[in-house]
Write a protein that binds this ligand. Sequence first.
Ligand code: PMP
Length: 360
Amino acid sequence: MTVYNFNAGPAILPPTVLSQAQEELRDFAGTGISVMETSHRSKEFEAINNEVEARFKALLGIESGYRVLLLQGGASTQFAMIPLNFLAADAVADYIVTGVWAEKARDEAQKIGKVHIAADTAADKHNRIPTQAELQFSENPAYVHLTTNNTIYGTQWQTIPETNGVPIVADMSSDIFSRPFDASKFGLVYAGAQKNLGPSGVTVVLIREDWLDKGAKNVPTMLRYSTHAKNNSLYNTPPTFGVYMLNLVLGWIQEQGGLAGMAEYNTRKANIVYNTIDNSGGFYRGHAVADSRSQMNVTFNLPNQELEKQFLAETKAQGMLGLPGHRSVGGVRASIYNAMSIEGVEALASFMAHFAAKHG
Ligand code: PMP
């Protein structure tokens, strides 16, 4: 049976990357040992570490002005680390609240400093992205925080909003490198690797170089971005295997035509599933309103919970894994990250059409 992995994260990885990792597992770069057994100070690991930053920048088309840091503690640690470093006592940070992860980022910032809510879609069960006109920024915010893709609700910013020159801090955990983005709008971008970039355990941070000096000085060493920048992300022992996997995934993205290639592929895949929802005569109801739909997480409901249970049981029996919606919203969520194949979404769409015809 072919298995299709629709898990939200940790999630599907490119099969060729897994094969390469398997081949190299017992003997990395001719060393006779595994990359997991190699010192993070070895020249072999340092080469990987440097290649990650180089590939990351190459994919974004930037040469200078930014650093790529490989940290630990997940995106959740970034929720605190960002305001600890960049939300001074006399400043305000603006937060756009579009889901549970954005709420968590806001909550952490509120523990540390003054927060202004520029928009909040909670009243609409986070089924949409706010319009530009809805965004009410404060006078002179230190930064504007947003979540580019809301993993749980299946909504995604279609374009990055205008902030009148105020640097954006973005949680891109669930859509990083699924499409191109213009780095110059961002002071800092962060993502847990476990959806589009690799296994869990590595958190990738893209940070503007002039922000490294701006960070608060009274912050503990490990929680300062400048510590990691100065030490090339080798201040302490990094999650070496995760960094190695991240490097292979970045190489794979380059082979797919870079971010533009990924975007085209992801649009094709998402359209297949959304068309199936839209052509089901109301049998499937998408959670996200049409103009806020995510290309990464497709969320929908069936006419009742009985049918949802049956749908999830039958898809699982057919090898389609990870489809139950997040525990907070229920229903179905198909996570179709970069590494998901067209065949995978076609298998799902075909099952959906048959199921609707039978039970609709
Ligand atoms: N932000 C987003 C958008 C997420 O999807 C997740 C995890 N699902 C997180 C943050 C939390 O990430 P982590 O578990 O790496 O702390």
